[in-house]
Design a binder for this molecule. Sequence first.
Ligand code: ATP
Length: 497
Amino acid sequence: MEKILIIDDDKDLCFVLKRFLSKHGFEVLEATTGKIALEILESVEPDLILCDFRLEDMSGSSILKKIKEKNPSVPVIIITGYSNIKTAVEVMKLGAMDYVTKPLLPDEILLTIRKALANKTSDEKVGVGSNESANAEESESVKEQEKLALINAKRNTESGNYIFGDSPDFKNILNQIDLVGPTNYSIIIYGESGSGKEVIAQEIHKRSKRNHKPFIAIDCGTLSRELAGSELFGHEKGSFTGAIGQKIGSFELANGGTIFLDEIANLPYDVQVQLLRVTQERKMRRVGGTKDIDLDVRIIVASNRRLWDAARSGQFREDLYHRFNEFQINVPPLRERVNDIMVFANHFLVQTNKELGKNVKRFSPEVEDVFKKYVWHGNLRELKNVVKRATLLSDSSVIDIKSIPFELVNYKKLQFDNTAEAAAVAAPRETTVTATQPPVREAGLKSVSIDAEYEWILETLKKVDFNKSKAAKLLKIDRKTLYNKIKQYKDLNNQEL
Ligand SMILES: Nc1ncnc2c1ncn2[C@@H]1O[C@H](COP(=O)(O)OP(=O)(O)OP(=O)(O)O)[C@@H](O)[C@H]1O
């Protein structure tokens, strides 16, 4: 009997899954924390592991790494709370065999498990007596391609998650997507963070002849200076310290399809030179490699600042800017497309209902009013997070003002009228640096303390009827620090849930 280990802190889900899988002839073990799972793995060798990406005591990536260290051959299927291509690529890169998104569908989960187990058996058969090194390179690359095909196939079936707004601006964008999609033009998409640039790039890819090939999204803002080249172009074994195996880069993975380079202005200058070669000669070399590889990749880049300005200030190569600038799409911030707000809010409500198995029907008129007046600095990402939370909190069929964050409802009252404070945030002095650095959710304790501080600040503000000077005095901080702390909390909450 094949053994499956379920790792999920949702006890109900573990119970339901256990019953379902046992009925289908599997022996099922369960662990409700990462720690328990690792203890079980000391003495048991399961045939397959089903693991939630967000455990209370461990992040998905760290548990995946630990499982792979202990038992590299066991197939791991990741359960993710939402369908996000970035998470999917991330978990596949870390060695997961596949992923399923919540809500879990019985047929899908069974099929995914059976496929993973069948793959494992055929891998084991190939491994017996085969000349491992001879075909290692080829099979690595085939595996990468197979994983990508899987991710893309899933993404296409999830495409029902995307909708288009109702504002004239959005209709204009849709026209542009239709127009430029089928061509091979390189495109620059401008827009604030969370405004939907990646989704637009995906839609362009879907409308192109390349749509059966991979769409790969890379956030250049998160690539380190040292590893950016290797991430994009891959590397050969031993080409630098730490290059223990061969790596296929994002460009090679995207061959035949489309690559989306977000925050392109953050790409290190030497990598920009390599990129220029790719756009001019349609060829690339892996880091440390000697062989030219032919490339046929459509490039879509995005930035929240004008690339022409970055080129003029010497941060971005001008020749590269002209290469990319065959077509431009400008995505206005959500606050400038008021007609889109409720279209997207309702869409995110339907999506969240499905994820949570709830049936919340609509927003109260008061909530609609707040939504339409709010400034949405985090754009669609912020709206999505607010709707997700509100749907979760709501215990009736209508989302009312109680389920909407206090600072959204009281946005106007919380405004700092003195622009000096805003300027201080844009150019923080040394003493305020820690307060303005973007906080990281994974920092655990840090985010807890930010949340607690914020609660306290709000309480104090309420006490003094939103008089910021009085509140700062009571809190024994200056007004600028008060402003920074509120901003820090908001940045934290504009990250994707
Ligand atoms: N047309 C749409 N339909 C449904 N959801 C959307 C749409 N556009 C954006 N979203 C959702 O809004 C969130 C932000 O979108 P996206 O990641 O594309 O923004 P972005 O501009 O690329 O952000 P960033 O620059 O910060 O990476 C995502 O969760 C995405 O799924």
